[in-house]
Each structure stands twice: as C-alpha cells, then as structure tokens.
Write a protein that binds this ligand. Structure first.
Ligand code: ZN
Length: 229
C-alpha cells in the first residue's frame, strides 16, 4: 500500500507539472500587442506619406501662383498699358492671387505641424515596438528553458512512476485508478490517529488492525485504500 501511496504522489506531481506546462505560454498577449503596434505604425506612415504628397501639391500651387503674380506685375510695371480699367483689373488680380497664396501657405504650415506630430508619434511607437519585441524575445528564451526543465521533470517522474507500477499487481493498480477517478484524485490515504486521512471518519479497530497487517483495506466510509502512517 505504501508503494501505491508513492505512485499516487508521483501521479499528483505529474498532474501538477502538466498543468504548469499548459499555463506556461503567456506570450500570446504580447504577440497581439506587437501586431497591433505594427499595424498602427504602418497606418501612421501611410498618413505621413499622404500628407507629404498633399504638401508637395500645395507647394506647386504656391509656385504657380507666384509665377502668375510675377507675370501680372510685369505687365503692370512695364507700362505698356495706360488703360486705367485694365490696370486696376490687374492690380485687383494680383491682390487676389496674394490672398489665395497666403491661405495655401497657412495650409502648408498646418500640414508641416501635422507632419512633425506624426514623426514624433511614429518615433515613439517604434521605440515601444522595439521594447515589446525585446520582451517577447526574452520571454521566448525563458519559456524554452522552463519547458525543457518541465519536460525533463515529467520524464523523470513518469519513469519513477512506471518503475514503481511494475512491482505492483495489475488488479491493484486498476482498483487504484478507479478510486482516483471517483475520489478527486486521492485513492490512497494514510491513517491519522485512528481516522481515515481522506474523509476523517473514525475507523473501527478491526479495520485499523488489518491496515497495520498491510492488507488491502478500504475505508468503510469513503471507500479509499488505507495505508499506515
Ligand atoms: Zn474515508
């Protein structure tokens, strides 16, 4: 019975180790954060690119307005025309062009400001991403070590368990497995001051004596196998 008790301890260790192994991988959350950050950076880079293209367009527009302005001014100041109406028309046109140019330049400034903000944001996001990737890498290394350790431990425990099981009768092992299934993983319990170590009921002397004779005896209350202290 004592060997069976030892087997039970090893079985419990194995279950514990397997649970530990299942709970080992906690890096999924981190991987999700990395993916999200990569998507965010890509989005921001796209926005930045669109912004740059828009700015280029606006700059070209300013350039064309400036050329236009220059052309009209030349007409104004070369004095080829003396027609007042025509002259004031040109004057008005240059003023309109200037106003339009100022408005576009304001928009360019807005875009510039947005670009600066975006550049800073991307820089911070990239730093964060590097940090996340470093963490992930470190965790992977640590996980691998822990997994290796746990696998080794499981292998050794399983080995001891199998070796011990070989020395026991098949029927006894089967009874043990059946009780374990029914009784929450505990099939063999020790006597505790005349009580069953599983359900804590007081046991009759006849049962206690037979346990001490190292026979296969079950608790008359919970049905578990009893063994000496
Ligand atoms: Zn009992």
């Amino acid at each position: 019975m004592w060997q069976l008790y030892k087997i039970q301890q090893l079985d419990q260790n194995l279950e514990e180790l397997k649970t530990q192994k299942e709970n080992l991988d906690k890096s999924e959350e981190l991987l999700k954060s990395i993916k999200e950050m990569e998507i965010q950076i890509k989005e921001d880079r796209d926005t930045l690119l669109k912004n740059q293209i828009k700015m280029k367009d606006l700059e070209l527009e300013v350039q064309s307005l400036e050329e236009n302005h220059k052309r009209i001014e030349q007409k104004l100041y070369t004095g080829n025309s003396t027609n007042i109406k025509e002259l004031s028309g040109w004057q008005k046109e240059t003023e309109q062009i200037s106003q339009k140019k100022f408005k576009i330049e304001d928009r360019i400034l807005d875009h510039l400001e947005e670009q600066e903000k975006l550049n800073l944001k991307i820089k911070q996001e990239e730093e964060k991403l590097t940090q996340l990737q470093d963490n992930y890498h470190k965790i992977q290394i640590k996980l691998e070590e822990e997994l290796k350790y746990l696998n080794e431990l499981i292998k050794n425990t399983q080995g001891s368990r199998d070796k011990l099981a070989q020395s026991l009768e098949e029927d006894l092992l089967q009874t043990y497995e059946e009780i374990r299934l029914r009784k929450g993983g505990i099939a063999v319990v020790r006597l505790q001051n005349g009580n069953c170590g599983g359900c804590f009921m007081n046991l009759p002397d006849s049962i206690i004596n037979r346990v001490k004779e190292r026979r296969l005896i079950f608790c008359n209350n919970c049905g578990r196998i009893l063994t000496e202290q």
